[in-house]
Design a protein around this ligand. Structure first.
Ligand SMILES: NC(=O)c1ccc[n+]([C@@H]2O[C@H](COP(=O)([O-])OP(=O)(O)OC[C@H]3O[C@@H](n4cnc5c(N)ncnc54)[C@H](OP(=O)(O)O)[C@@H]3O)[C@@H](O)[C@H]2O)c1
Length: 302
């Protein structure tokens, strides 16, 4: 399986990448999309040493820049004839203040959602060429169900929690829209699955949050409230390698892992609302300001 993972140099993405790279299958190939060349090289070195898998590569891409996303799509297209899976995972968590990207967007919105919207659309053709049934797994949470339609870029009413939650809702609407579009296609083999981890993962976020939050987190860790990134990777790995039929059965759904099984979480009404999904879709395409993305979206909808 050839799988591209966004944010594979830390946290959940790194945990999933590590487990997939280490699986006893010489065919497994991992492409890490990351913003830091240094971290990317270190991660590849670490995986090659600990897993003896040599098929690990990286694509540099800072998700705060749509120009980087465009280049990353071109690079993957030029180096790979197919992809079996994409893990849409990279994300900003804690932030002390709102940061506007060079593209004029709220950074949570752009990094956690919009740039990965563009990336996914730009790589769908490679997933369609997968012999195993291409799949996109979205790292999501289901805490909230609202898009701030009047202030999507959160210029007037920002908090980092709101930024995280809005991007999560947008990802869930996007995956559902993609699922519906591919359902309408004859012989579609692609699946779009949201996964919510039911426990808290001890990720790089603990190094970013303020001191008092870190103290709380450390206390919670002692009480066994966290799982490691590797454990999270072990839980999620089957989603990337299971057969096409099992993957298609999960498409369009949000699932979690409880009592040693994948179970479906009921999605909220507003997220499933097709009018709202279309509104977000159109808005996202406009924000990408990219002819190729617009064309792909248009072809998908016709
Ligand atoms: N931890 C949890 O318990 C938990 C639970 C549910 C959902 N989540 C969600 O899971 C996602 C990953 O979180 P995490 O906890 O694993 O956090 P993390 O350890 O901070 O990892 C985030 C990853 O995203 C990458 N990233 C951030 N900004 C980027 C940018 N501009 N361009 C490219 N890559 C960028 C980071 O790159 P660097 O390696 O360069 O920093 C890192 O690899 C987030 O969306 C988070 O909200 C986390």
């Amino acid at each position: 399986m050839k799988i591209l993972i966004t944010g594979g140099t830390n946290g959940i993405g790194k945990g999933v990448a590590k487990i997939l790279a280490g699986l006893d299958d010489p065919k497994n190939e991992i492409i890490i999309l990351c913003r830091s060349e240094k971290l990317g090289k270190e991660t590849i070195k670490e995986f090659k040493r600990t897993t003896s898998n040599t098929k690990i590569s990286m694509v540099l891409c800072d998700l705060t820049k749509l120009s980087d996303v465009k280049s990353a799509i071109e690079e993957v297209q030029s180096k790979h004839k197919f992809l079996d899976g994409i893990f849409i995972n990279a994300g900003i968590g804690y932030a002390a203040k709102r940061v506007e990207t060079g593209d004029g967007m709220d950074s949570h919105f752009q990094v956690n959602y919009l740039s990965q919207f563009m990336l996914t659309l730009g790589l769908l053709n490679l997933l369609e060429k997968s012999e195993n049934g291409g799949r996109v797994i979205f790292n999501v949470t289901t805490v909230k169900d609202k898009i701030f339609w009047d202030d999507i870029q959160m210029r007037n009413n920002w908090s980092f929690e709101k930024g995280i939650h809005q991007a999560m809702v947008a990802k869930r609407m996007f995956l559902n829209k993609l699922h519906n579009l591919y359902q309408e296609k004859k012989d579609s083999r692609l699946s779009f699955i949201g996964f919510e981890i039911s426990e808290t993962v001890w990720s790089n976020q603990v190094n970013i949050i303020p001191y008092f939050m870190k103290t709380m987190a450390t206390l919670m860790k002692w009480l066994g409230q966290f799982i490691s990134v590797e454990k999270c990777g072990e839980i999620m790995a089957p989603l990337f390698i299971e057969n096409q039929k099992d993957s298609l059965n999960k498409s369009g759904k949000i699932i979690t892992w409880k009592k040693n099984d994948f179970i479906v979480i009921k999605e909220k009404k507003d997220v499933l609302n097709q009018t709202l999904q279309d509104k977000l879709w159109e808005h996202s395409i406009r924000l990408c300001k990219d002819e190729k993305t617009s064309k792909i979206a248009e072809n998908l909808c016709n």
